[in-house]
Design a binder for this molecule. Structure first.
Ligand code: SF4
Length: 213
């Protein structure tokens, strides 16, 4: 049994904490989804398709959600029946099919936006704590994507436009070449619509510069 004199490892206790947060996050997502007549997987697909003008294939959707392709297909078909998504020929060869958010799907996402316990918990942290937490999550997500545990996310640290710690301004040390502007740690993106995936060697060099900063 765990006692104050014999605590489990820090790693274990952090995972316990993440597990508690995941429970609340899941409950929040159930509430959000139920309010618009969907289940959480269906709502997660609509969230994922936001700001993706080229849509995503079923395979990509399944990988992002960590579900099997048949399971993703069932959810996509249900969303298509409700008119929330559309299937269109892919850009690459005209034979593949990509899934796109429909105008109705966009409206459903707007309706589903609501305050949540997770949002409240994040808001209870001060600005510096929120910034530190964001950087920690960026590091953890980046680790998982480099291990191929999750697809590459549209984060600054995997983007070819990202130049970390190139400015002397402590509040805005990074540069985004896409918009040609400096920005700070608190503005690091986790899912940026303008993200363009950098090749592995660029990503590795960018990561070293980010860590060293
Ligand atoms: S385009 Fe987006 S992801 Fe890329 S560096 Fe700029 S803000 Fe970050």
């Amino acid at each position: 049994m765990e006692t104050p004199k014999q605590p489990r490892s820090t790693n274990y206790r952090i995972r316990e904490g993440l597990s508690r947060l995941a429970t609340v996050l899941r409950a929040d997502e159930w509430g959000r989804a139920k309010a618009v007549g969907l289940n959480p997987t269906q709502l997660a697909i609509l969230d994922l398709l936001q700001a993706r003008p080229d849509g995503l294939s079923v395979k990509e959707i399944a990988a992002h959600l960590g579900v099997s392709q048949p399971s993703a297909t069932d959810s996509i078909n249900a969303l298509e029946k409700k008119g929330h998504v559309e299937k269109r020929a892919g850009m690459a060869d005209g034979r593949s099919v990509n899934v796109h958010l429909s105008a109705e799907g966009v409206a459903v996402l707007r309706q589903s936006a609501s305050d949540s316990f997770t949002q409240e918990a994040v808001a209870s942290l001060d600005d510096d704590e929120q910034q530190e937490l964001l950087v920690v999550f960026v590091k953890m997500i980046r680790h998982l994507q480099e291990k191929n545990a999750i697809p590459v996310q549209r984060m600054c640290v995997s983007c070819r436009h990202f130049a970390p710690f190139v400015h002397s301004d402590g509040e805005h040390p990074h540069h985004c070449h896409f918009v040609n502007a400096s920005f700070g740690q608190r503005d690091l993106r986790v899912d940026c619509r303008d993200h363009e995936q950098a090749d592995p060697s660029f990503r590795a060099a960018t990561w070293e510069a980010f860590k060293a900063g």
